[in-house]
Structure formats: C-alpha cells, structure tokens
Write a protein that binds this ligand. Structure first.
Ligand SMILES: [Zn+2]
Length: 322
C-alpha cells in the first residue's frame, strides 16, 4: 500500500513528511503500457513529480486539486501530476522527441532554458468568477544556471511562495515513487489575531533557524536507494535517531482518474457541432483517450447528435470504461 507519513520534531519549529507510492505509482505506469510506456528518464521525473505533488498537497489545508506541471522545451513537452485533497492522484507525460539514455532534467525539459514549472491550486467548489491560483517558477537558478533536480526547483518555489525553508528529497523507479519533505514551521505572529502568521518575522527566519538547518542536513544524507527500498520507520530511525519525533496517522494515497464521459462530452460541445460532425464523417465516430488512465471515451453518430440536441440535460449518462 502507498503511504504518507506526517511528523513533527518535538518542541522544534520543524515538520516533516515522508511519502512512499507503491501500488498507486505502479498503476500510473501500468495505465501507460498500452501506449508504449515511458523512457526510464521520463518515468523517474514523473515519479518524482508525483511524490512531490503528494507531499505538497499533504502539506497544505486546501480543498481542491494541487497540480504540478512542467512545460518543457525539450523532448518532454508536458509532465503533469495531480493530487486531490484525499490524496487520490494521477500523472502523465507527453513525450514528443527522442530521449537519450541518461538524459538530465535540462535535457528532458529545459534545453534552451525556456522550460517552466507551474504549481496550480484549483479550488473544488469555485465561487463565481473565482480563478485557480497558479505560481510559475523557471527551471534555472539566480544566475540562469540550469537546475538539474526537480526537488531544487520546488524548494525555490516554496521559499518564494510561503517564505518557508524547505528540504525535498525525491526518487523514483519502476516500482516506487518516494519523497521526504522537511520544512520550517511558520513563525506565529504576536498581533491581535491569535495564531496569525507574521510574514516579516517569517521572512527574517529564512536560512537562520538552527534546528531546521540541523534536521535538513540530516535529511540530505538520505540516499536515493534508501528512500526507494527502506520502509518509513527505518528511514526515520536512521536519519533522526537523536531527534524526538511525534508521528501522526498514516494516510493512503491512491491512483484515481477524474475523467468521465460527461467531461469529454462537454469538451466535444465546446468544439462545436461542425467540427464533431466532420470527424464523424471521416472516421465513423469520435473518440478521446484519457492521457492519465487510458480510458477511451467513444461517441458514435447517435451519441454525437445527442450532444448538441440535449445540451441542458441534467442527468449525465453513466460512465462506462471501454
Ligand atoms: Zn482518465
């Protein structure tokens, strides 16, 4: 089973999270097999993004999807990991060019330093006019040097967006996608509102908290193989055996795709009757394959005609896997 462990360091302003995606990650890869699977370098990147997405979703109180995307300028045009508040997750990547063996992150998605990473928080129940929040960070550092670890890109993002020092260690192979997050807790404000975060005090603490520094240094000794092969108890004991830790209930991320026949129907309605009819005239039916789960949503001429004659129907047709 896939697991997400949350913990705090007793009496210190530091929290942590460890995620190990096993069955959930294997299911994501399995759904891609019909389309030929991923080159190993892309698989590792996507696994690290999926583990990171689970950690970032687990780290916030937000009722909506957290979507981690890389828009690449190399052979990988897009990589997406999407995690719901209940830790249902899905991921996919679009590979349009040849991936050389041993390709680095920049060779995959940042050849010309034009790759971007976007983090979107999409509220579940949007109020009218409400937009998703999106932060975009480049895949290069302060002097435009290419960053070669997605963990470093996300550490920068969290420092910028939350003013919180964060250490992320990520790894993935064909069986496991895993990650460790260590983060300094926000400084509580002394103002009128009890518990309000004092952002000035918080910013002042960046890079200065000795407890965080010591613990993140311990975390950074974790090796890729250890993260992939050891269970959570062993990892936490090995890394932090001198640090008293309080652990919380273990959460269980799992694979789930939110695609549906009704969503595809809405997309086809958006294309317009002329466009849909011309595809049907050419191919006999119109079909859309979900990039995340491989489900094929097929509309024959009768289904397609109904799309445009009953646009306001209240009852969606039952979703059927084909
Ligand atoms: Zn799907």
């Amino acid at each position: 089973m896939s697991e997400l462990h949350k913990f705090i360091f007793d009496g210190l302003p530091v929290r942590g999270m460890l995620v190990r995606l096993t069955d959930a990650w294997q299911e994501i890869l399995k759904r891609r097999q019909a389309a030929g699977g991923y080159p190993v370098e892309v698989m590792q990147l996507l696994g690290e993004m999926t583990a990171a997405g689970a950690l970032m979703q687990g780290n916030i109180k937000f009722n909506g999807a957290l979507i981690l995307q890389i828009f690449g300028d190399g052979p990988v045009k897009l990589a997406v990991a999407e995690v719901q508040p209940n830790l249902n997750l899905r991921a996919t990547a679009t590979v349009t060019g040849d991936v050389d063996h041993g390709s680095s992150l920049s060779q995959l998605v940042n050849l010309n330093n034009e790759g971007r990473c976007a983090i979107t928080l999409d509220p579940k129940d949007k109020l009218p006019g409400q937009q998703a929040y999106q932060g975009v960070v480049p895949l290069f550092g302060d002097s435009h040097e290419k960053i070669e670890n997605i963990s470093e890109v996300l550490e920068h993002y969290m420092l910028q967006s939350e003013q919180l020092d964060t250490k992320l260690i990520l790894a993935a192979d064909g069986q496991v996608a895993a990650g460790l997050l260590i983060q300094r807790l926000p400084v509580k404000g002394q103002g009128n509102l009890e518990g309000q975060i004092d952002s000035d005090a918080n910013e002042d603490q960046i890079g200065k908290n000795e407890d965080y520094k010591r613990i993140s240094l311990l975390a950074s000794t974790l090796k890729r193989d250890e993260l992939l092969t050891l269970d959570a108890d062993t990892i936490l004991r090995r890394l932090f055996w001198e640090e008293p830790i309080t652990r919380f209930e273990v959460l269980q991320p799992s694979f789930a795709c939110s695609c549906s026949r009704e969503r595809v129907a809405n997309m086809l309605r958006g294309l317009g009757a002329d466009e849909v009819e011309s595809v049907i005239a050419e191919r006999g039916s119109v079909g859309v394959t979900c990039e995340f789960c491989g489900a094929q949503h097929e509309f024959d001429p009768v289904d397609a005609a109904q799309l445009f004659t009953q646009p306001d129907r209240q009852q969606p047709p039952p979703f059927a896997m084909q």
